[in-house]
Design a protein around this ligand. Structure first.
Ligand code: NAP
Length: 351
């Protein structure tokens, strides 16, 4: 599937943490980007994109579009052969109504964008930002794998709207994507499934959970202890590049695990200590025993079911298909974490 680089490309949720790096790459490649955001006049949210565009050879046009509104993407998609659908809420804490706050925007948004593509003859390829949580629901699911490693073959079958609702929103949205793609044959679908994304942010206005995780490890909010939780990390700059490769590599196909290395929260702290010094921040003092996490969890908005099925389990992914299909080399997480924290210090978000 060859994409004409003279035609505009659509990026939904263009102001997001991940999408901002993708837009930067596309503009630096000289492309015309149609970016959708909820409010193009909100300079706090889109100002950084205009600054990037001013310094690049490409052209940026912003359009207003809400995931929940039918037909909202019809104008922005006009003339595009390639669509990157990244917009979806990535919030895991403080959710009161998971169906309305997570599942509906994820599923309906994917349906709206893909149905806009069905109405627009120019579209040839859609790159959908799913997640590794489209592959697994809880860390304990690793016990069901044949070799103790998650691959693209697996699907999250364990999340529900009342248990791991963000994970549920992502797997359901990805299924919507494949269903709509299979019902036609004009455009193909390439899915990227990133792990926990970290690395410097081009925007300070994102709600992405990526940005709060690293802050909490150093600002004292986890001083008494961290749970033994593992994450598969990946650098935001690599995630943006993988989207780009997924869009412009004619032979790219299927799902793609985007992960570098898995580590625990304490493993991230150890990396920070090595780079910034053992006394520089109010680090967590210990790994909290699982029974304490289970006891205290509900008062912190963490269910006992989550603790039971996630604390203390390893999390391993095989990224070999992605390295081959998208020609990717993933950055070491030491560089990712260090650059991320340095940017938060430079922005005054962490003292
Ligand atoms: P982010 O910065 O919060 O970006 C999310 C984007 O979705 C924002 O542009 C947001 O717009 C938009 N959005 C949310 N609800 C919307 C709605 N109702 N209508 C229109 N736009 C809406 O988060 P991110 O980390 O970059 O995540 C981007 C994508 O990557 C998501 O699909 C997420 O699930 C996926 N992902 C993220 C990670 C990670 O670790 N960060 C890992 C795997 C997959 P506003 O700015 O207006 O809210």
């Amino acid at each position: 599937m060859n994409i004409d680089r003279q035609k505009p490309v659509l990026v939904t949720g263009a102001n997001g943490y991940i999408a901002s790096w993708l837009v930067k790459k596309l503009l630096e490649e000289g492309l015309t980007v149609h970016g959708t955001v909820r409010d193009p006049n909100n300079t706090g949210k889109v100002g950084h994109l205009h600054k990037i565009a001013d310094k690049s050879s490409g052209t940026l046009k912003l359009f207003a579009a809400d995931l929940l509104k039918e037909g909202a993407f019809d104008e922005a998609i006009q003339g595009c052969e390639l669509v990157f659908h990244t917009a979806s809420p990535f919030v895991v804490r403080g959710i009161k109504d998971p169906m309305a706050e997570l599942v509906e925007p994820a599923k309906l948004g994917t349906r709206n964008v893909l149905e806009a593509a069905n109405r627009c003859d120019s579209v040839k390829r859609i790159v959908l930002t799913s997640s590794v949580v489209g592959i697994y629901g809880d860390a304990v699911d690793i016990l069901e794998t044949s070799s103790g490693v998650f691959t693209e073959e697996y699907w999250n079958t364990t999340s529900r709207v009342d248990h791991q609702p963000y994970n549920y929103s992502k797997v359901e949205a990805e299924k919507v994507g494949w269903d709509i793609q299979k019902a036609q044959d004009r455009w193909d679908l390439v899915v990227v499934n990133p792990g926990l994304v970290m690395g410097p942010s081009l925007t300070t206005a994102s709600n992405s959970t990526s940005l709060s995780t690293i802050k909490e490890l150093v600002d004292g909010s986890m001083r008494t202890g961290v749970p033994d939780l593992n994450f598969a990390l990946v650098d935001v700059r690599d995630v943006a590049l993988a989207h780009y490769q997924a869009g412009f590599t004619p032979s790219a196909s299927g799902r793609h695990i985007l992960t570098s290395t898995s580590t625990s929260l304490m493993g991230m702290v150890d990396i920070i200590k090595q780079q910034f010094g053992k006394k520089r921040f109010a680090y967590p003092m210990m790994i909290a025993p699982k029974w304490i996490v289970s006891l205290m969890g509900p008062s912190q908005g963490v269910t006992r079911e989550f603790v039971k099925k996630n604390v203390g389990y390893p999390l391993e992914f095989d990224n070999s298909y992605t390295r081959k299909d998208l020609d990717m080399v993933f950055r070491p997480i030491e560089e990712t974490i260090s650059d991320h924290l340095q940017q938060m210090l430079d922005d005054g978000i962490v003292k």
